[in-house]
Write a protein of this length. Structure first.
Length: 175
């Protein structure tokens, strides 16, 4: 199961996360987005931005959002990424601050609720705690290392109607 990703919304989600945790690290920003997407998918039948998640050694990584954080997006994406985040200078690990306020018009109320929940859920958790938890998730466990995770596996154990809604949304929905 795949969703059509909204790149602008993904950038705004990163700005939102960095505005809530100034100096957020790359790992935490990526995992906050993952937990927000996972929660929203399991509660509402669609992710927040629909990024493609890769099963990496330290857990799920949102492919496009990670490229935004690394500054390695395609040049065609520069208009939406430019002026979004500012790297924090003088830190050992890559950290970011929001360069501006997030444009909340991109988000539904449920999107914001799940982003806020994920920010608070991850805020005081360590790298190891978050990584270890994501390693227990079926979608990460079933994917080969460095390959895409399946959204259908993220729905394991969810309400059957939510699973059906997600299947329909993945075919016709726009984030």
């Amino acid at each position: 199961m795949d969703f059509v990703m909204d790149k602008e919304k993904a950038v705004e989600a990163l700005v939102y996360i960095a505005s809530k945790i100034p100096g957020v690290g790359r790992f935490h920003a990526a995992k906050i987005l993952y937990f927000a997407e996972l929660r929203h998918l399991r509660e509402y039948g669609r992710p927040v931005v629909g990024d493609r998640y890769i099963a990496m050694e330290n857990g799920p990584v949102p492919s496009f959002a990670y490229d935004v954080l690394k500054g390695t997006t395609h040049p065609d994406d520069q208009p939406i990424t430019e002026g979004a985040l500012v790297p924090v200078k003088g830190t050992h690990y890559p950290m970011y601050e929001a360069a501006r306020e997030p444009d909340l018009d991109f988000f539904s109320e449920s999107d914001i609720d799940c982003l806020e929940w994920a920010v608070e859920y991850c805020r005081n958790r360590t790298f190891g705690q978050i990584s270890d938890e994501t390693h227990t998730h079926p979608a990460w466990d079933r994917a080969d290392l460095n390959t895409p995770m399946d959204y259908a596996d993220m729905l394991e154990g969810a309400d059957p109607q939510i699973i059906e809604d997600a299947k329909v949304f993945s075919q016709y929905g726009v984030l």
